[in-house]
Design a binder for this molecule. Structure first.
Ligand code: SAM
Length: 291
């Protein structure tokens, strides 16, 4: 009886399929593969290189690009494992299992992200690329603010010789059109946060990714808030370094469409599983567009 009532609810609340604009296809045979798509075709995941996939997108195709590329070599080297180890081993060990990004890759990635976004590009960045973008602005976009994710449960500085970092920086870029402060369609720059500060306090993510996934999973609640603030319902959100798929799940929960790209086939399999679980209930309890 309950199942019948739920099925009837689902039928009356289902989105009209005809109204949906189709997502662009970014596949390149043997290089960038479409590995997962949601039943309603609003969320897609590709496995392959971010730059190759983004190159397939038109200018201003996305409402928002939100990404979290690997940190620079220096930051990766500094991230120590939490496992108990001898001093010698500990010096050599790093917490991060995926490769660090060179400055050249980060710059190219940010420029491609800014090109395909009609307005905002948000990128979790360590201080080295933030500094480089301040010194030499990237093409297509302006660094408007450097936001902060304050880690309410951040680790102390184990060496004790300096303050602990306690935060991640979020580069907040806006498309730089012919006129500063305009979206790609010429309308004025805007976000949904009115006069709020670019500071967000959340605990680090615990158990939100998947076994064997990246170590740097961002909190789902934080990414959901960023999506609400910097995009509108039904916008296309793109994350070209999808990691454990946080942006894709957050976009789904916020009623946005989304495309993710992830280089690692193992991570891509994990994301597919995460999204299958996250979207499994959507036919029974459709996600409502939220501001
Ligand atoms: C910091 S993690 C992203 C974590 C993610 N925000 C989350 O919450 O799980 C960076 C990801 O970028 C991926 N990556 C690195 N280089 C890439 C490239 N060229 N193309 C696509 N993904 C890449 C890595 O494999 C890694 O999964």
């Amino acid at each position: 009886m309950i199942a019948l009532a739920l099925a009837a609810y689902a039928r009356t609340h289902a989105r009209p399929a005809a109204a949906e604009p189709a997502l662009p296809y970014l596949g390149i045979a043997g290089e960038v593969d479409l590995v997962w798509t949601s039943a309603d075709r609003r969320i897609q995941l590709y496995c392959g290189d971010a730059l190759a996939a983004l190159d397939r997108l038109d200018d201003a195709a996305a409402g928002l690009v939100l990404t979290d590329p690997p940190f620079s070599e220096r930051t990766h080297r500094g991230a120590r494992t939490r496992k108990r180890q001898g001093k010698k081993q500990q010096r050599a060990a790093t917490m991060i299992t995926f490769a660090a990004a060179g400055d050249g890759f980060i710059r190219s990635l940010l420029e491609e992200c800014a090109r395909v976004s009609s307005a905002w590009t948000l990128a979790f960045l360590d201080r080295h690329p933030v500094g480089l973008c301040e010194l030499e602005p990237i093409a297509c976009a302006r660094l408007v603010r450097v936001g902060s994710w304050i880690k309410s449960n951040g680790a102390p500085q184990f060496t004790g010789d300096r303050p602990a970092e306690g935060q991640d920086r979020i580069g907040i870029f806006h498309r730089d059109g012919l006129r500063l402060g305009r979206r790609a369609d010429g309308t004025p720059m805007r976000w949904n946060g009115k006069g709020a500060q670019a500071v967000w306090t959340y605990p680090t993510a615990r158990g939100e990714g998947f076994e064997g996934g990246p170590e740097t999973v961002k909190p789902l609640a934080l990414v959901r808030e960023l999506i609400r603030l910097f995009s509108d319902p039904d916008d296309l959100v793109i994350d070209p370094c999808a990691g454990s798929g946080t942006t894709l799940e957050a976009a789904h929960l916020e009623g946005r469409r989304a495309i993710g790209i992830e280089l690692s086939p193992a991570y891509a399999r994990g994301i597919a599983g995460r999204l299958t679980r996250a979207t499994a209930q959507q036919d029974l309890f459709p996600v409502r567009s939220a501001r």
